[in-house]
Design a protein around this ligand. Sequence first.
Ligand SMILES: [Zn+2]
Length: 176
Amino acid sequence: MKSLVAYWKAISYLVRHKWHIFWLCWKTGIPWLGLLHDWSKFLPSEFFTYAQQFHNGGDLNFNTAQLLHHHRNKHHWQWWILVTDKGEEIVLPMPDKYRREMLCDWKAALCIQHPKMTIRDWYAVHEQDMCLHPQTRKWLNRELGFRNTEYVVCSTTALGRAGLIVADDGKVYISR
Ligand SMILES: [Zn+2]
């Protein structure tokens, strides 16, 4: 029963999110991406685990489901990080349509989860957690009205990293 409630909440959230996303993407000239946005969340390999995680208090398989989701959807900045055979990370610039979709995604999520928070405030808090190519970061800063910083400091706390720099060629360095 608890699971059924979780699944229902997940579907209702997804439908509302997709509705917001569609209109935001439409306005920014990428209606098709708005229509297809997060399609993979309806696949069993993502749906059940996401539903348990967010609406039923945690699921051990969430990391796998999240990895699948990031690898299936180019609007996630994580999609654009190449881990080479040597274990190096190269961050690639996001094509314009996907960075637009990413921004719409953040705005749409805020509409439902934190309707009083502005996208600028949200980005100011979370931008340090993202590994973005300098081109992508510059574009985001411009779109959101922030000044560019010289280099990109990324502290992906989830991975236990701090003070990393993404250079113009996408290579990730430790800042000193
Ligand atoms: Zn997504």
